[in-house]
Design a protein around this ligand. Structure first.
Ligand code: SF4
Length: 461
C-alpha cells in the first residue's frame, strides 16, 4: 500500500474487538470465555501440545514470591507436569490434563493472574533480573515498570496488542539481556547529570536509539508509542517490525514527537554487559548483600526444585525469587556471609551455580518429546552433549526453525534435521537467522568432536 505524503500509511479497517471464544477444549475456566484466540499459551488459555496442555504464567518483572512459587509447584504436582522457566522471564506448566480449571483457579488464588482476562496477554514488560539491586543501574526501574504494567492491564485499547508484542525497560544494569528484540525498548543513561531514557523500535538496546525522553516522560512515551502503533498498524501488522516494513521510521517518530517532547540522540551507546552475571553469587548495590543466580538444567524444574528455591528465599533472602531471560532464577538480598550456604542449597536441588558447567550454558526447546513440530528430542540430546563437551559453551538446540527457546542468536546453534541429527551454525553478525551454516546432519557425538577441535577458537562470545 502506498504511503501518503507524510509517509503515514492510512489504516484500511479499524481493529475490532477480538472474538470471544475458547481456543482449546481444555479451556474450562469461566474467565477463559473472555479470551481471544491465539496460539500463545496464557494463564487462562491452556494450549495443547503433544505432552498435554501448557499454561504460561506471566510474572511482573520476572518476580514471584516464595508463597506463589509454592502455589505453582503445588498445581503443577496435582494437575500438570514439568515447570519451565521461559526466555521471557516467565514460568509455564506443561503436561496439563483435564483439570485445567482447577490449575487455573490455584494460580489465580495465589495472585498470579491478570486484573481481567483480556489483560493477561499484554503483560509483556521485560526488566533486568537485578532491577533495583544492580550496582551499575542508573535508576530503579520497578516503579516505572509498575506504572506501565498497570496501564497495559487497565487500558482496554492495549488489550488489542498481540500476545507477542513486548516492551523492554532497561535501567542500565550490568545484568541485562540485551539481545532479545522488543517492539519498543527504553534504556536509561546519564546526560549532564540527568537520567534520560533512550528508546528504539523493533530491536534491542544495543541498536541505534531513535531518540530519548526525560525519565518523567517514560510512561507517557510507552503510552504514546503503543497508541500510535494501534492507530497506524493494520490488524495483520501485529508487531512493530511489520508496521516499519512499510512505514518509514522517521514518519513514525515524526508523529510521535507531536505527542511528547523527544530529544535527539547521537552518540549514545548502551554499555556492554558480562556474559555470566546470572550464574553464581554477585554483589548488589547495597554493601554486604549479594544475589545468587542458579540455572535449572535446560530451563526445567520439578515441584521439589521450585519449593526448595522458595524455601531458600525465605530463609536467606527477602522471600522472593526472580526468573531471568536465561531460563534461570535469581535469589536477591542474601547476606554475603550466607552465599555459600545458598549456593550449596541450590546444588542440592540440582540447579547449576557455576558458569563453567556445560549444562548451565545449554538451552533447548521442548523438542519432539513434547512438541509436534520437533524433529529431534532436543532436551535429551542437550544432556548428552553436556557430557561430551570439552568446556562450557553457549549452545542452542532447536527442534525446528521456530527457535522457541531463544529469542536471540546463540554463538552456536544446532538445528534438528531428524532424530539425533543436527545442522550446525555459528553466529555471524552479517547473516540473519542462526548465522553461518558450518556442517549438516551431524550426530551429537560428531558435534562434540567438532567443537572440541575448535575449542581454542573464540566461539563463545
Ligand atoms: S522450536 Fe520448533 S520443535 Fe522446538 S518447541 Fe518450538 S515449535 Fe517445537
Amino acid at each position: 500500500m502506498p504511503a501518503d505524503k507524510a509517509g503515514i500509511i492510512p489504516r484500511l479497517r479499524p481493529r475490532s474487538a477480538f472474538p470471544t471464544q475458547p481456543v482449546s477444549p481444555l479451556n474450562e475456566h469461566p474467565m477463559s470465555t473472555a479470551l481471544r484466540p491465539s496460539a500463545c499459551p496464557g494463564l487462562l488459555r491452556i494450549v495443547q501440545a503433544l505432552d498435554g496442555g501448557i499454561c504460561r504464567i506471566k510474572l511482573n518483572g520476572g518476580s514471584i514470591s516464595a508463597d506463589q512459587a509454592d502455589a505453582v509447584a503445588d498445581v503443577a504436582e496435582q494437575f500438570g507436569g514439568a515447570i519451565e522457566a521461559t526466555n521471557r522471564a516467565n514460568l509455564q506448566i506443561r503436561g496439563i490434563g483435564q483439570q485445567s480449571a482447577a490449575l487455573i483457579e490455584g494460580l489465580l488464588a495465589a495472585g498470579l493472574g491478570p486484573r481481567t482476562a483480556a489483560a493477561d496477554d499484554v503483560r509483556n514488560l521485560m526488566l533486568s533480573p537485578a532491577a533495583g539491586i544492580d550496582r551499575q543501574m542508573h535508576f530503579d526501574t520497578r516503579g516505572l515498570a509498575g506504572q506501565i504494567l498497570d496501564t497495559l492491564q487497565s487500558h482496554p485499547r492495549f488489550h488489542e496488542l498481540s500476545a507477542k508484542f513486548a516492551v523492554q525497560l532497561d535501567g542500565g544494569e550490568a545484568l541485562a539481556m540485551l539481545e532479545h528484540p522488543h517492539d519498543l525498548w527504553l534504556s536509561a543513561f546519564e546526560c549532564d547529570g540527568e537520567t534520560l531514557l533512550a528508546f528504539g523500535l523493533a530491536g534491542c538496546p544495543t541498536d541505534r536509539a531513535v531518540g530519548a525522553v526525560a525519565l518523567e516522560h517514560g510512561h507517557a512515551l510507552v503510552v504514546a508509542v503503543l497508541e500510535l502503533f494501534l492507530e497506524l498498524a493494520r490488524p495483520e501488522q501485529t508487531r512493530m517490525r511489520h508496521l516499519l516494513d512499510e512505514l518509514p521510521l522517521s514518519a513514525f517518530i515524526g508523529q510521535l514527537s507531536t505527542r511528547l517532547p523527544i530529544k535527539p540522540i547521537s552518540h549514545w551507546q548502551r554499555a556492554a554487559v558480562a556474559d555470566d552475571l546470572h550464574i553464581g553469587a554477585h554483589p548488589q548495590n547495597t554493601s554486604g548483600r549479594v544475589y545468587i543466580g542458579a540455572v535449572p538444567a535446560l530451563g526445567r524444574l520439578d515441584p521439589v526444585m521450585l519449593r526448595g528455591a522458595a524455601q531458600l528465599a525465605r530463609q536467606f533472602g527477602n522471600g522472593s525469587l526472580r526468573f531471568t531471560p536465561w531460563q534461570s532464577l535469581l535469589l536477591p538480598d542474601v547476606n554475603a556471609g550466607d552465599a555459600v550456604q545458598v549456593l550449596e542449597g541450590f546444588q542440592r536441588l540440582n540447579l547449576q551455580t557455576r558458569a563453567g558447567e556445560p549444562l548451565a550454558r545449554l538451552i533447548a526447546c521442548t523438542g519432539s518429546n513434547g512438541c509436534g513440530k520437533g524433529l529431534a528430542d532436543t532436551k535429551q540430546d542437550a544432556r548428552l552433549l553436556a557430557t561430551l563437551l570439552p568446556a562450557a559453551l553457549n549452545i542452542h538446540l532447536s527442534g525446528c526453525p521456530r527457535s522457541c527457546a531463544a529469542a536471540h542468536c546463540a554463538p552456536v546453534t544446532l538445528l534438528a534435521v531428524n532424530p539425533g541429527h543436527y545442522d550446525l551454525y555459528f553466529r555471524d553478525a552479517t547473516l540473519p537467522g542462526f548465522g553461518a551454516l558450518h556442517a549438516r546432519n551431524l550426530t551429537i557425538e560428531a558435534v562434540a568432536t567438532l567443537l572440541a577441535t575448535r575449542s581454542r577458537s573464540p566461539l563463545d562470545a
